[in-house]
Each structure stands twice: as C-alpha cells, then as structure tokens.
Design a protein around this ligand. Structure first.
Ligand code: AMP
Length: 586
C-alpha cells in the first residue's frame, strides 16, 4: 500500500483541488488579484493605467490581448540583461525556449520560481488523482526525459527548454521523490549532451531496475514510441551490457559513462531473462509489461499531435493502461485529467483555477471571415469577446488566453480547445489543435486535426497489409498551378504501388472541409500528392531540431511544414523515394 508521506498528503491535495474548483469563479478573481499585486511594479503593467485595480473588469478594459510577437521586445531586454522589473515583479531566473516544433520558430519566454512552483503543484495533483485509480508502490520510474542544450543569453541568463529549466530546479528531485516517481537513470543521463547515448542509457538503467519500475513515462508520448523503436534495434547490445557488467563502447560521453558504469555489475541471470523474454515476443507486442512486470501504467502527453503514436504505443504497452498527462506549455500550465481511466482519445483537462487567470475567445466557424481575414491568427474562425473561465459553454470551441505569474498578461496561446463539461465549476477542456497549423490553398482550411483524421483513415488500408506508418507531415505546394497538398509518409516497410495509390485517393477524399471538396471538384486545388520518404527521414528531422538546441522531451513532429522551414522541407524532399497523385476527383 501507499506509504503516507509527511510532505505529501495525497488526500489533502485532492481535497484542496475539490474546494478550489467548487469556487472557480471566486478563485479566479483572487488569482488575478495576486498576479497583479505581485507584479504591480512591472513596467508593462505600470504603463497600462490599472492604477492598482485588480478586478477582472478593469483588467479586461486596460490590458490588451497580445501574442508572443508583442512581448518579444520586452523579453529580449530581459534576456539582454536588463534586470529592472519589466514583465514580472520577481526576478526572472532563466529564459525558456519553446520547442519550436509546432510553428517552426523557437519562442523566448520567461522562466521564474513561480513556474517551478506551479509545475510542482500540477505534478502533485496529477499524481494524486492518478494514484487514486492506479496506486503504485515506492519504486522507480523509467522516464525518457532529456534536457536541451543550455545556452547563455547576452545578459548571462541560462536559456533552455522549459522542461530543462524544470529538471534543473531543486524542487524537481524532491517532488519526484514525494510522488514516487524517481527516475531510474542518474542525472548525467538526463543532462547528457548526446541524445542517442542518453536514450540507450535510459533503457539500460530501466533494465537494471526492471523489478522496481512502477511506470514508464515521458513528457510527450512520441519519446516513448521512439525509445522502443530504438530498443528493437539495440536490445541485444543491452543484454550484453547487463550480462558482462560493462557499458557498451558506444557510450563515449564521460559523465554518462562514469555514472552508468557505477550501476552496472555482471548479471547473467537478468540478461538471460531479458533475452528469453525478448525472443518470446511476437513483433514486440507487450514488450513493456513483459520486461517491467511491476509497471502499472504508461504515462505521458498522449493527446493532440501525439494521438497518431497511440497505436504503436498500445502495441508496446500490451495490457497496460495508457494515462494522459497534464495540459500546459512553455508559457504555463492549464489543467490536468480528473478521470485517469479515460483512454487518451477521450481525455479532457480540468483547469486549475489558481494556476493562472484564464479567458477564452469564443470561436465559431464563419466562412465570410475566412475569406476576408486571412492571417494565421484569425483564419478559419469568427471570434467574439473573450469570456471568463466560468462563463464558457459546453460544446463550444475557444482559444485560450493566459495571464500568469510568469509575466504573461492576456496572452493568446494559440491553442483551440472545446469545453467537454465541468468538474465542479471549472471547465474540462478537450484539446483540439493549434490555430496556426493549417493547410490552405484557396478557400479550403484544414487544421492539424483534419490532417490527422485523414491520415488515420488512409492508414486503415496500410493496416490491412500489415504495414505501419512511422510518421507523417504535410506541405502546401504552391509552385504548381493550381496549388496542391503534399503528404509525406514514412513507412516501416515497402508498400506496393497499388496500396499507396489507394492510400493517396483515400487521403484526398478524407478531407471533408467544404472549401476543399468544392475546390477539388472544379480543380481549383490540384490532386493531392502522397510522397513516401526513406526510412529514417523523420529521425533526420528530429536530429535537425536537436542541432538547433531543441530537446527530445518537448519534440513534436511539425505536421505542416511551411515554405519558411526550408531545411525540414529539404530533408523531406531529398529523401522522397516515390510520389503518387490522387485520382479521387477524376
Ligand atoms: P511547447 O511549445 O513545447 O511548450 O509545447 C506546448 C504546446 O504543446 C501546447 O501549446 C499545446 O499545443 C501542446 N500540448 C501541451 N500539452 C498538451 C496536451 N496535454 N494535449 C495536447 N497538446 C498539448
């Protein structure tokens, strides 16, 4: 059974959450008051004429809605060394670099103690909610987590991904201990300078502690799938290391070598067990529960752009439940799942009313706006006045606006969510997509979600042939007249031309957006093109982002590659081996 921990009272955490969500409206006003009081000295707020007032009405009237672009000059000054209170009252301890994998460009954001605090708060709550349904013993977690490169800004602040800033914080380790989630691998592995070596060692440490591992996790589910695809390649080497107690010569980073070698001693019995289990598996189905017999679940962000990896993850996880992790971003946290038993496809996130102040821009599909305003932030939807957290309506879609303790005031996050219901008086949000990611040639508008659904439909044809889609992305080719959609696919094995032709037609037909269908019918959009890329192409894309300083922990395959992202486009185009054009519209 669970050991009661002095510092961490699971029931207490849940009770507090229940109390806060019962009074979400009051808690939101109170949170806004605290944010504005604690940061009242900040130049940005001083200039807006709030005059010390902290009520939502004045706040809404005085403070403009902003995007990251509006804040860039302020953040740059801070990164360059201006230590005066610019956006926050308290000092900025480091800079976070967003992954840049969704929109191509890395954003600079502020990181401070408040973000560490809210991260620990949501980790503890999520654990408490999860543990109520799936209790674990004290043990370890096989966590595929990786830090990014840590750079120094002109003003001598450390700049790294938000996850890296969290891993570096002192509270991270103690919280992980409190929530029984201590990583199998030593710090040197998490902070290693070579991703592939870190991955190998995470797997090795996981095997060394195989009986103690209580769950398997990563920030985004993609990293778990990637880890086990790698495991399929290196498992025999891992067995050898365990058998002989000597770390493979592929590990050359001294700090990783030294710390992992210390954990190794010859263990032929364990090596035999692993070996036998691996050879006994059919196509690696259920490898996770087989090798980690005490694991209770697999945990990570599995929603949104991670959904395409679920099939493979379920294959590796066998009968183990998949539990969706929290909803947040480098900018700040938003919510967590209160129903951990729900499959990732149905997961919703209850907003924590004291973690920030939230507003929601109601979005309605409006074809006229589509034609009139074609900027990335307004396309596809008609917007109305923002509403508060407790004013949102079930079934409606919104863009989230964040105000938090890390220097963001009425910041448009760019994510589209749908209100699925309420937990007490706080809404439960379903993540829909990022707003800016869009395939469009003329009057058509297809979001990341539309692309995902179309790909899901077409991959059913692959499944019938026992083929697997490793990863995918898309591009709008306007160099042809008319322009057309290009979908890039990496497959695990060769497929016949017939199958790929059918997949291509299916992809084209599965985009049901009225603008797309009508344009295709009159050939105002050209035939959809499916380009198959060589195996390993998406690994090259990942490597490309790692070279730019991104971290695997926050990596999300870009689902739509813009022309400005020329390097990724070049990787895709030079690795394309076959191309098919749809005949779905004659
Ligand atoms: P990053 O730029 O790496 O901070 O990524 C943050 C973005 O990842 C968010 O704005 C979302 O678009 C996406 N994201 C984060 N958590 C989730 C989640 N639980 N479900 C779906 N998408 C998520």
């Amino acid at each position: 059974m669970l050991e009661k921990n002095r510092e961490f009272d699971i029931e207490g955490v849940i009770e507090e959450f229940e109390a806060l969500t019962k009074e979400a409206g009051r808690v939101q006003r109170e949170t806004l008051r605290r944010i504005l009081e604690e940061n009242g000295q900040a130049e940005y707020l001083q200039n807006l004429g709030l005059g010390g007032r902290t009520d939502p009405e004045t706040f809404k009237a005085c403070v403009p809605l902003v995007t990251h672009k509006d804040l860039e000059p302020y953040i740059k000054r801070i990164a360059d060394g201006d230590a005066s209170p610019i956006l926050t009252g308290k000092p900025v301890t480091s800079i976070s670099l967003s992954s840049g994998t969704t929109q191509g460009k890395r954003k600079l954001l502020l990181f401070n103690e408040e973000l560490v605090h809210s991260t620990m708060q949501i980790y503890r709550l999520s654990f408490a909610l999860r543990n109520r349904e799936f209790p674990i013993r004290n043990g370890k977690a096989l966590q595929f987590i990786y830090s990014s490169k840590q750079l120094k800004t002109k003003g001598d602040l450390i700049a790294a991904t938000a996850t890296t800033n969290v891993y570096r914080s002192e509270q991270f380790k103690s919280t992980m201990k409190d929530i029984q989630s201590q990583c199998c691998s030593p710090d040197a592995v998490i902070f290693g300078s070579d991703f592939n070596q870190s991955l190998y060692c995470h797997l090795l440490c996981g095997l060394i502690y195989s009986n103690e591992v209580q769950f398997i996790s990563s920030t985004f589910a993609h990293s778990i799938v990637h880890a086990f695809r790698t495991f399929e390649q290196v498992w025999e080497d891992l067995c050898t290391d365990v058998r002989e107690g000597v770390l493979s010569s592929r590990i050359t980073v001294p700090s990783i070598r030294e710390s992992v070698s210390r954990l190794l001693s010859p263990n032929p019995d364990l090596a035999d067990t692993i070996y036998k289990k691996c050879v006994g598996l059919s196509n690696w189905y259920g490898v996770i529960p087989e090798l980690w017999p005490n694991a209770k679940y697999v945990y990570g962000i599995m929603t949104g752009s991670m959904e395409p990896y679920l099939k493979k993850l379920r294959h590796y996880a066998g009968n183990l439940p998949l539990i969706s992790a929290e909803y947040g971003s480098s900018e700040g946290w938003i919510g967590t799942s209160v129903d951990p038993r729900l499959p990732p496809e149905s997961t919703t996130f209850a907003v924590l009313p004291d973690i920030g102040y939230f507003e929601f821009i109601p979005l309605r599909e409006n074809p006229r706006v589509q034609e009139l305003e074609r900027s990335a932030s307004t396309i596809h939807y008609a917007e109305s006045e923002p509403v508060s957290l407790t004013e949102v309506r079930v079934g409606e879609e919104y863009e989230i606006i964040i105000t938090n303790f890390a220097g963001l005031y009425r910041y448009r996050l760019g994510d589209v969510v749908k209100v699925a219901g309420f937990h007490n008086s706080t809404p439960k949000l379903k993540f829909i997509c990022r707003r800016g990611l869009l395939l469009t040639v003329n009057i058509d508008k297809n979001t990341e979600k539309d692309l995902q659904l179309s790909v899901e439909e077409a991959t059913k044809l692959l499944a019938a042939e026992k083929l697997e889609l490793v990863d995918f992305t898309s591009y709008v080719d306007m160099s042809t007249d008319p322009g057309h959609y290009v979908i890039f696919w990496e497959l695990n094995a060769d497929a016949s031309d017939d199958v790929l032709h059918s997949c291509c037609d299916c992809l084209d037909r599965a985009f049901v957006d009225a603008g797309y269908v009508s344009s295709r019918k009159v050939q105002a959009i050209g035939a959809l093109e499916l380009r198959v890329v060589e195996r390993g192409t998406f690994q090259k894309i990942l490597d490309h982002y790692l070279c730019l300083g991104a971290a695997v922990s926050q990596f999300k395959t870009p689902r739509c590659v813009g022309t400005s992202n020329s390097e990724v486009l070049q990787i895709l185009c030079t690795n394309a081996t076959k191309s098919y054009f749809s005949t779905a519209y004659g």
